[in-house]
Design a protein around this ligand. Structure first.
Ligand code: 5GP
Ligand code: ZN
Length: 111
């Protein structure tokens, strides 16, 4: 997808250290962390919203949620963490390539 910052990171066109990578997803540090530990799990396939999911995209999202728990120790999230997927305007989504925020490394404030 043209002009998508996360597609460019996935493709290596914008350098960003990848803490994990496989055929379906990458994990990078958020550039503006909102907690002591803040990673983004980014599917390699471009789509913005959960409502766009077909079976193939649902498999990719499922894969992300299967892998994330295996990375807890590596990412410093063994004491718990918060998972957020912002959706659309009201959800505060600023990058329109679906991504899963992983926040932790400290006791997070309640909503
Ligand atoms: P959203 O608001 O769409 O849920 O989250 C987008 C997130 O991507 C924000 O937390 C923002 O800090 C992060 N972000 C935006 N551009 C970049 C970038 O170029 N590199 C990295 N690592 N994170 C980015
Ligand atoms: Zn994209």
């Amino acid at each position: 997808m043209e002009n998508c910052i996360f597609c460019k990171i996935v493709a290596g066109e914008i350098p960003s250290p990848k803490f994990y990578e496989d055929e379906k997803m990458i994990v990078i540090k958020d550039i503006e962390p909102k907690a002591k530990v803040h990673y983004l799990c980014i599917p390699k396939t471009h789509f913005a919203l959960l409502s766009e999911m077909d079976e193939e995209k649902a498999e990719i999202v499922k894969h992300c949620f299967r892998v994330i728990p295996t990375l807890e120790e590596k990412l410093g999230l063994t004491n718990g963490y918060r998972v957020i997927i912002n959706q659309g305007e009201d959800g505060g989504q600023t990058v329109h390539h679906l991504h899963i925020h992983l926040l932790g490394g400290e006791k997070l404030k309640d909503f």
